[in-house]
Design a binder for this molecule. Structure first.
Ligand SMILES: [Mg+2]
Length: 344
């Protein structure tokens, strides 16, 4: 047993933030609405069929007593900051997944990692009023599956014995980073569960799913999948992405998408006390691969989102087609302290 990964994930995060100031909603079905979609529903609402991504109007048809609320974006962002401060305080490495979930490296001792998970949950609830679920596993996939099993408001472990069995019976739909297209391709090979990959020749698997995906699937099957928590502090680049699909804002303009991504990426590197020297902007049009449209470097590395936004706004070409998403990558990351030393 060489590694332990924790996956910490806030339960119905947007709804939880909204309920902090309105505790009377805890026991009633409620959902936070973004644009015309349900962004997050509390558990009483989920128990009655309300899911993220539903049209708000449809959700109210399904459950007429559903209470729809708005949540202040800055309240959500400061709750996220507080959550990550807590993560950073408890773990020696934190790899953010989204604004409300992360993989944590809390050392290699399983029992201690479980204790850290319990401590984290207690503190998140006591100090921030945010319930989080924690999964403990040997790899990231196992930790993620464990946190999913722990929801809501729990901690669960997938130990080595359970892991071995799970890698045989796990439905491929639950594999992280395996999309609908691969699921369909696997089903043409008769593969619905991870263990059934053993019935397929490796070259056939690669021909059907592509070499990279076949490798990923085999790593999942063999238990050699990713177990490394990559903290932001150790990175050389960091990406933020928005998509217009699902309940994510289809009404956003390219300019608003750009601002979202730049601000988010800058916040993340600033929190890790890093600065960036370059930016790359990529666009997604429906059904296509991301297309790099703009690269720029600044003479003085910075985490100041205004500087990066100004540069992109002034020089990046305007998209001509409707976008399905936008990606911003900050590159050339280095500790903020290095820059201070070179400057003065
Ligand atoms: Mg969550």
């Amino acid at each position: 047993m060489s590694s332990v990964v924790l996956h910490a994930d806030a339960d119905c995060f947007f709804a939880a933030v909204a309920m902090r100031s309105r505790p009377e909603l805890q026991a009633r079905p409620m959902a936070v609405v973004a644009h015309v979609y349900v962004a997050s529903a509390n558990y009483p609402a989920r128990a009655r069929g309300i899911t993220s991504g539903m049209l708000a109007a449809e959700a109210v048809r399904v459950l007429p007593e559903l209470i729809l609320v708005d949540v202040d974006r800055t309240a959500v962002e400061s709750a996220s900051d507080a959550l990550f401060e807590l993560f950073e305080g408890i773990a020696r490495g934190v790899e953010p997944g989204s604004m409300e979930e992360a993989f944590l490296d809390v050392g290699d001792d399983w029992e201690r990692a479980v204790e850290a998970g319990h401590r984290l949950r207690r503190r998140a609830f006591a100090e921030l009023g945010i319930p989080i679920s924690v999964g403990v596993g040997r790899t990231k996939l196992m930790a993620k599956l464990a946190s999913r099993a722990a929801k809501p408001d729990g901690l669960s472990e997938i130990g080595p014995d359970a892991e071995a069995g799970l890698r045989v019976t796990l439905p491929v739909t639950q594999l992280w980073g395996v999309g609908d297209r691969t699921i369909r391709r696997l089903s043409t090979l008769g593969v619905k569960r991870l263990g059934e990959i053993d019935t397929v020749r490796t070259d056939v698997l690669a021909q059907t799913c592509g070499t990279t995906m076949a490798r990923r699937l085999l790593r999942y099957r063999d238990g050699t999948d990713d177990a490394t928590v990559r903290s932001v502090r150790s990175r050389t680049s960091l990406t933020a992405e928005v998509a217009t699909g699902g309940y994510r804002r289809p009404d956003w303009t390219p300019g608003q998408m750009l601002e979202q991504c730049v601000v988010r990426a800058c916040r993340r590197i600033a929190r890790a006390e890093l600065v960036a020297s370059g930016v790359t902007v990529s666009l997604f049009v429906r059904g296509g691969q991301p297309n790099v449209i703009f690269k720029h470097t600044e003479a003085t590395p910075t985490a100041d989102s205004r500087i990066w936004l100004d540069a992109c706004r002034a020089r990046a070409p305007r998209p001509v087609q409707p976008l399905s998403g936008l990606r911003v990558t900050l590159t050339g990351l280095m500790p903020a302290t290095t820059v201070a030393t070179t400057l003065f």
